[in-house]
Design a protein around this ligand. Structure first.
Ligand code: PEP
Ligand code: MN
Length: 338
């Protein structure tokens, strides 16, 4: 349920109303926007008599929210949320490109890629240290050593970093990571979602391989329920019957998330397609559909990559794609961060 307040409500009266709801055992989500102030209520609101609430002088109207996702729901927060990380803004027209290899492989590799993608205009460096691989015999990532190398690349280039977490046991290792990526295979790892909810790190939440929009939104709700409101959605394609591409990029996820949630959404064209020749057209589609950014795999030597080489752009290809992205994002009125 949301309680929409009249313009410029007196603070004391707001506090009194919030206390009233807290005494009923409800969780509160308070949102003060440009035009509206909303008290969002979570928990068992069936006992609330709307007339009692309307009797408070500061209350404009009361609305029941039928969707199971509440705090991430745009009804609870009509304005776009902007996530601020390391001096970059994500969302509400601020456009970010996160780029780097699928996996951190060596110091030379990650530094070369970081310097190059930074020059091209990327605002974050990506790179996996803990890798969720289908086969236990495939390269599993450099793990803690990989995180150290990412931090070294951050130190040398100034690029903030984003990398995937696979277990809540590793959270301490991620203390200096700027954005924690929760991978598609863990979108419904509820223990991990709860732990990330208790942390204060921005989370890039990737859509599960077969997740519905509602499941995607509910995963973000888990993180919010723990108190962490820094969530960025990432559409990275869903599995279908098609075999010529790795996944199918669900372009409709972008306007849908924007309709139903106030949180930013970025697109991963690399994992969506699984092939580098689709990265540019899918990036264009994402920008046109309203995405707040892109996360793209780029490698200094894709043919020798230990993971996802076929979908990785080499560095000159990334330069060209990035120049195209900038032109198109600016044409669509986005502000490039970097
Ligand atoms: C990745 O970003 O390298 C990755 C494993 O992505 P996803 O979880 O979307 O498959
Ligand atoms: Mn990858």
């Amino acid at each position: 349920m949301i309680v929409v307040l009249k313009q410029n409500p007196e603070k004391q009266r707001v506090d009194r109303l919030i206390r009233h709801f807290e005494d009923m055992g409800l969780a509160i989500n308070y949102s003060e926007g440009a035009n509206t102030t909303i008290i969002g209520l979570m928990g068992d609101t069936s006992r609330i008599d709307e007339h009692d609430v309307l009797a408070y002088e500061i209350v404009e109207r009361v609305q029941r929210v039928s969707e199971p996702f509440k705090a991430v729901n745009r009804k609870f927060h009509p304005d776009d949320t902007v996530i601020e990380v390391a001096g970059r803004k994500i969302g509400a027209g601020h456009f970010n490109v996160m780029a780097g290899p699928c996996s951190v492989e060596s110091e030379e590799q990650i530094i070369e890629v970081a310097e190059s993608v930074k020059r091209a205009g990327a605002s974050f460096l990506r790179g996996g240290a803990f890798k969720p691989r289908t086969s236990p015999y495939s390269f599993q990532g450099l793990e803690a050593e990989g995180l150290k190398l990412l931090l070294e690349a951050k130190r040398q280039t100034g690029l903030p970093i984003i990398t995937e977490i696979m277990s809540e046991k590793h959270l301490d290792l991620f203390a200096d990571v700027d954005i924690i990526q929760l991978g598609a295979r863990n979108m419904q790892n509820f223990m991990l979602l709860k732990e990330l909810g208790r942390s204060n790190k921005p989370i890039l939440l990737k859509r599960g391989l077969s997740a519905t929009m509602e499941e995607f939104l509910m995963a973000a709700e888990y993180i919010f329920a723990g108190g962490n409101q820094n969530v960025i959605f990432c559409e990275r394609g869903i599995r279908t019957f098609e075999s010529m591409i790795r996944n199918n990029l669900d372009i409709s996820a972008i306007p849908l998330i924007k309709m139903f949630s106030h949180l930013p959404i970025i697109v991963d064209p690399s994992h969506a397609a699984g092939r580098r020749d689709m990265v540019q057209p899918l990036s264009r589609a994402a920008i046109a559909a309203g995405a707040d950014g892109l996360i793209i795999e780029a490698h200094n030597n894709p043919r020798c990559a230990l993971c996802d080489g076929a979908q990785s752009l080499d560095l000159p290809q990334f330069d060209a794609v990035m120049a195209d992205i900038k032109r198109r994002a600016e044409f669509e009125g986005r502000v490039m961060e970097g």
